[in-house]
Ligand binder design. Structure first.
Ligand code: IPE
Ligand code: MG
Length: 239
């Protein structure tokens, strides 16, 4: 979700106004995902590096987050969306941690998932996984020669969430910025110049349409399931 600051600057508004407008886009995108039969949406809301922003912006973002979850807690339950947090949640204030844990518990049985990356970076997630492995090796419950890709993957923050099929980046930046470094190995990328607060259904559909014509070979030579078929069958399942 990139471009909130530029959106605000273009309008002569404070950066926080951009973040507020961006929060509205989050609500809309949840609807688009539901309508398209997409069951997992991960939002990169706040990176470990974002703590280095001016203190006023950081606290404004935290307040916005708190307002957002207080406002939509009931809606998430009604819409049967499971909320999960990935990242260093211990960096967040204890009241925010408690609020997030409460929603996670209340929505834990729902199938459609909204994963929010907070104080997240791919490198820190991988370092956490390495630490968990080291602890298990030290405890004698895991042998070094048992460590393989599956062992690492199982120690990520949300190990049961499938790797993303599609990663959308708004605001035209052509970089990964430490997002899901392990999980993005074979994700399709889609970059749009549209700023996050302006991102709406037509932009979302354009991303899905671009994805639908990608040929995913996963390093092999044969085509796998054409993306278009995957998109269609998901939409059929939903309707
Ligand atoms: C992304 O928008 C939102 C967060 C990082 C929370 P930015 O704040 O990065 O917007 P730009 O890049 O300054 O336009
Ligand atoms: Mg940015």
């Amino acid at each position: 979700m990139d471009g909130n600051g530029r959106w605000a600057r273009q309008r002569g508004k404070p950066r926080l106004a951009g973040h507020e407008a961006g929060a509205e886009t989050v609500r809309c995108v949840l609807d688009y995902c539901r309508d398209a039969g997409i069951n997992y949406l991960t939002l990169y809301a706040f990176s470990t590096e974002n703590w280095s922003r001016p203190q006023a912006e950081v606290s404004g973002l935290m307040t916005l987050l708190r307002t957002f979850i207080d406002k939509y807690e009931r809606e998430m339950i009604e819409r049967r969306v499971r909320l999960r947090v990935i990242g260093r949640r211990e960096d967040l204030s204890s009241s925010l941690q408690q609020a997030l844990a409460r929603i996670e518990r209340a929505t834990a049985t729902f199938d459609r998932q909204l994963i929010v990356a907070l104080s997240y970076s791919g490198r820190s997630e991988l370092a956490r996984a390495a630490r968990r492995i080291a602890e298990e090796v030290k405890a004698g419950t895991l042998a070094p020669e048992e460590v393989d890709e599956a062992v690492v993957a199982a120690r990520l923050d949300a190990p049961d969430v499938p790797d993303p099929d599609l990663i959308i980046r708004t605001s035209g930046e052509l970089r990964i910025s430490n997002f899901l470094l392990w999980q993005c190995a074979y994700s399709e990328f889609y970059v749009t110049p549209v700023l996050w607060p302006d991102f709406r259904e037509a932009d979302f559909q354009a991303a899905l349409a671009a994805y639908a014509v990608r040929d995913r070979r996963f390093g092999s030579v044969e085509s796998g399931t054409p993306c278009a078929e995957t998109v269609r069958s998901k939409q059929e399942q939903e309707s």
